[in-house]
Design a protein around this ligand. Structure first.
Ligand code: AMP
Length: 214
């Protein structure tokens, strides 16, 4: 059983890379953004509560997200492990995840940080919106420059503290997310293969080379 976190600013390719990774050995991709958008679309109580937050690009409250993930990872399709896409986004969420995984006896194998330049993200968004419109598609209500700028600032302030948090625990791996999608996928695959020799300590920290490679 393995769990992987894909960490990175909005638009860095977390979703694309997580989906590609999902094709590997029964891992389940869980995107908190997709889960929240599904609630909004279904106009549930949670959905109605979070719609404006999503549209602004702010973070929904930690307790709501933690409860949602806590429930979801207990489901059958998560039994071989999860690729967390867009979660955790705050230190409180990271600590809650540690506690949940420890309780489940399911270690964190790696945190993959996709490093991407902010200007590149704004450029990518412009092309994506233009392509979607050209194809007659509908642009997401939080896919505009103002919201992206806010989401980038929220990422800088609330999510980047997770980088030293996971680095200190020996599980952080950084991949240059500016490279072509296939190159990024291969880099992630190589990291996970390399980390097959990593043993989780009882406190959830990874101890490199502590046990023979399987
Ligand atoms: P995403 O699709 O991951 O970029 O998420 C879209 C939006 O959902 C974010 O801008 C937040 O408003 C909300 N969201 C997703 N994941 C989280 C999270 N882990 N914590 C708080 N808010 C989240």
């Amino acid at each position: 059983m393995i769990n992987v976190i894909i960490l990175g600013p909005p638009g860095a390719g977390k979703g694309t890379q997580s989906q590609r990774l999902e094709e590997r050995a029964g891992l389940k991709q869980l995107s908190t953004g997709d889960m929240l958008r599904a609630e909004v679309a279904a106009q549930t109580e949670i959905g109605n509560k979070v719609k404006a937050i999503l549209d602004r690009g702010d973070l929904v409250p930690d307790d709501l997200i933690v409860a949602m993930i806590g429930k979801r990872i207990g489901e059958f399709d998560c039994k071989y492990g999860v690729i967390f896409d867009g979660f955790p986004r705050t230190l409180a969420q990271a600590q809650a995840l540690d506690a949940m995984l420890e309780k489940k006896g399911s270690p964190l194998k790696a945190v993959i940080e996709l490093a991407v330049d902010e200007q590149e993200l704004l450029n990518r968004q412009r092309s994506r919106i233009a392509e979607t419109k050209a194809a007659g598609g509908e642009v997401r209500s939080d896919d505009n420059e103002e919201t992206l700028r806010n989401r980038l600032s929220v990422f800088r302030q609330q999510t980047t503290p997770l980088i030293p948090y996971y680095r200190d625990r020996g599980v952080l791996e950084t991949v240059d997310g500016m490279q072509p999608v296939d190159v990024v996928s291969r880099a992630i695959k190589a990291i996970l293969a390399k980390n097959d020799g990593t043993c989780p300590a009882s406190n959830g920290n990874a101890v490199k080379n502590a046990c023979p490679t399987r």
